[in-house]
Design a binder for this molecule. Structure first.
Ligand code: SF4
Length: 338
């Protein structure tokens, strides 16, 4: 019988049969696919998602919303970030929001049916429990008490042993901290005011204390396709629960303002390879869905993703939650949980 599939894709069908994660060497070969073979890869990733990454009953797709609870004035020098003091981006600056403002934001997403809500703060993080850190813990506890069934998450930077333990005690649903790119390129492509090891250590501390970690990266900051594969396998080593992948939205006034957009086919391949390397995980499409992927964002949700960040990002607008829900419903025709 004549096979119409690319041999590299056929090899990867083993993931569908066994549920075993894709081998690294196979991923490297898939990263070189082009043309029609990319669509074959996406179709396989969609099948793997449908078979191995079902969401709890009633959840069509993992949806989360975030609140930028403290904005700007960050001393770190992340190349993509509008909030860094090292950059010249025009960004709103404010200190940690009060409880009522946080409730107001949570209320909006809760009413729309979103059940994961993340408090995000700008800055390096909290190696030790400062007064501000304790206020964040209070906000987390207050949200959990007020909104039945709301999974409260946090993304507040690098942690130490004590702060990781305290967050575990506050029973956060997920902690987000991204390693952004292949760890080998972090210092060059992202920041040199801190190290990727500090972020990796934070992931390890949280896992030690039983906190499920949401950790992913950003595409389009100057990395190669091979380095995207390296990011995916670094995340496999860390055994994170949720993988958010962002596509760079270049911000004027940052070193990435003139970045060349990642080709759509590379974004699609990256998501598909990520699904094959992490058959059972939540893989979430975060920033860049609307601005970079434009007409292709629906296709991306069929490339293995089973979650998205909805209702806006840290410093850029996103889509309305209701529009995202319509998109998810339309995509349901392709089977599985979406
Ligand atoms: S990504 Fe976080 S740590 Fe880096 S500059 Fe922005 S706010 Fe600061």
């Amino acid at each position: 019988m004549i096979s119409l599939l690319d041999p590299t894709v056929i090899e990867a069908y083993r993931v569908l049969e066994t549920g075993e994660p894709l081998a690294y060497d196979n991923a490297c070969r898939l990263a070189e696919l082009s043309g029609e073979a990319v669509l074959d890869l996406l179709s396989l990733a969609n099948k793997v998602r449908n078979r191995y990454a079902p969401l709890p009953e009633g959840d069509r797709i993992h949806r989360c919303s975030i609140l930028n609870a403290k904005s700007g004035v960050c001393g770190e020098n992340c190349s993509f970030c509008a909030q860094s003091l090292h950059n010249r981006a025009d960004v709103e600056q404010y200190q940690l929001l009060d409880e009522q403002s946080v409730f107001d934001a949570a209320e909006r997403v809760y009413r729309e049916g979103v059940r994961h809500f993340g408090i995000v703060t700008s800055g390096y993080g909290y190696r030790r429990p400062t007064a501000e850190f304790r206020r964040i813990l209070e906000l987390i506890r207050a949200l959990r008490k007020r909104y039945d069934g709301l999974n409260v998450c946090a993304s507040i930077g690098v942690l130490g042993e004590e702060t990781a333990r305290m967050l575990a005690e506050a029973e956060i649903a997920h902690y987000n901290i991204n390693i952004q790119v292949s760890p080998f390129r972090y210092g060059e492509l992202i920041a040199d005011s801190h190290t990727v090891e500090e972020r990796i250590e934070t992931v390890r501390l949280l896992r030690k204390h039983g906190v499920p970690v949401c950790c992913g990266g950003i595409l389009g900051v100057g990395e190669t396709m091979q380095e995207r594969v390296d990011l995916i396998y670094a995340l496999q080593e860390l055994d994170v629960a949720v993988i958010p992948l962002n596509v760079l939205v270049p911000v004027t006034g940052t070193p990435q303002e003139g970045a060349i957009p990642v080709p759509v086919s590379d974004v699609l391949k990256t998501f598909a390879i990520c699904r094959l390397a992490h058959p059972c995980k939540v893989i979430k499409f975060a920033a860049g869905r609307e601005t970079v992927m434009k007409d292709f964002q629906g296709l991306l949700m069929l490339a293995g993703a089973n979650g998205f960040l909805t209702g806006g990002y840290l410093t850029t607008r996103g889509r309305e939650i209701s529009d995202d829900m319509k998109l998810a419903a339309e995509l349901g025709g392709f089977g599985g949980t979406i």
